[in-house]
Design a binder for this molecule. Structure first.
Ligand code: KIV
Length: 278
């Protein structure tokens, strides 16, 4: 965590990205990111749910463990799914402890201000560092009027900043700010001391996070305005599988170099052996 504060202090941008499995964990670590979030966006990107709401703690833990096995250096953030921390401080601490004990998370992330501020305080008091998530909070997107930018009026922006400050006061180590106008992030940055990671929140945050499947062009669902595609893996994967199917149908795959042979004379001996049996 000290590294993040030092980067903030030095004005060195913090790079965060999501990952949901072992191979992607290896790739993002090798690419040199600072932090990896096993986001509940996994619900949509890898599990096929229509939103982040249905994903369970057990599903998130399985994905998070796979990422943990692939990471050595970057900090690992576990995302507590909807319904796993809101009811009481005890529930929140118990869920956070599972992410640390069973999946080796360095920090856990929870969404919203309001009662979440108390949950954040309780988790921090139990010895687990917490990331607060404000602005567009997908777990409660319906209550926010859908997946849309937040804080676009002065009052709404002040409410986002108040949530951020309350989470900081509760002891959060880091904030994620999603889908708010750049002006709101600028005001927020003047007021908070802890590092702030933006997603669709303009350039002034201390760092940025993107969903891996969005930035690699794997996910073919609708993309938010802030998504920038750095690769088109879906097209590459589609072309690869279509080529494989065409070659199998054309009898081109497998070629001799893709198979095994028997040592000299063994095929003839096999034929004799089988003939003797019949
Ligand atoms: O679940 C997720 O991937 C997230 C990021 C978008 C911050 O919460």
């Amino acid at each position: 965590m000290g590294d993040l504060a030092a980067k903030k202090e030095a004005g060195e941008p913090i790079v965060m990205v999501t990952a949901y499995d072992h191979p992607s964990a290896r790739i993002v670590e090798q690419a040199g990111v600072d932090m990896v979030l096993v986001g509940d966006s996994a619900a949509m990107t890898v599990l096929g749910y229509p939103s982040t709401v249905p994903v369970t703690v057990d599903e998130m833990l399985m994905l998070t463990r796979a990422v943990r096995r692939g990471l050595a250096r970057p900090l690992l953030v576990g995302d507590l799914p909807f319904g796993s921390y809101e009811a009481s401080d005890e529930t929140a601490v118990a869920t956070a402890q599972r992410f640390v004990k069973e999946a080796g998370c360095d920090l856990v992330k929870i969404e919203r201000g309001g009662t979440t501020v108390d949950r954040a305080r309780a988790i921090v008091a139990s010895g687990i560092p917490v990331v607060g998530h404000v602005g567009l909070t997908p777990q409660t997107a319906t209550a926010l009027g859908g997946y849309r930018a937040q804080g676009r009026t002065a009052e709404a922006a002040a409410a986002v900043i108040d949530d951020a400050l309350a989470l900081q006061d509760a002891g959060c180590s880091l904030l994620v700010v999603e889908a708010v106008p750049a002006e709101v992030t600028a005001e927020l940055m003047r007021r908070v001391r802890i590092p702030v990671i933006g997603i669709g929140a303009g350039p002034e945050a201390d760092g940025q996070v993107l969903v891996l499947h969005d930035l690699l062009g794997v996910y073919d669902g609708p993309a938010a305005k802030f998504v920038k595609r750095y690769a088109d893996l879906r097209s590459a994967a589609l072309a690869g599988v279509a080529d494989y199917a065409r070659e199998v149908r054309a009898g081109e795959y497998p070629a001799p170099e893709h198979g095994y042979g028997m040592p000299e004379g063994e095929a003839a001996r096999l034929r004799e052996l089988l003939a003797a049996r019949s």
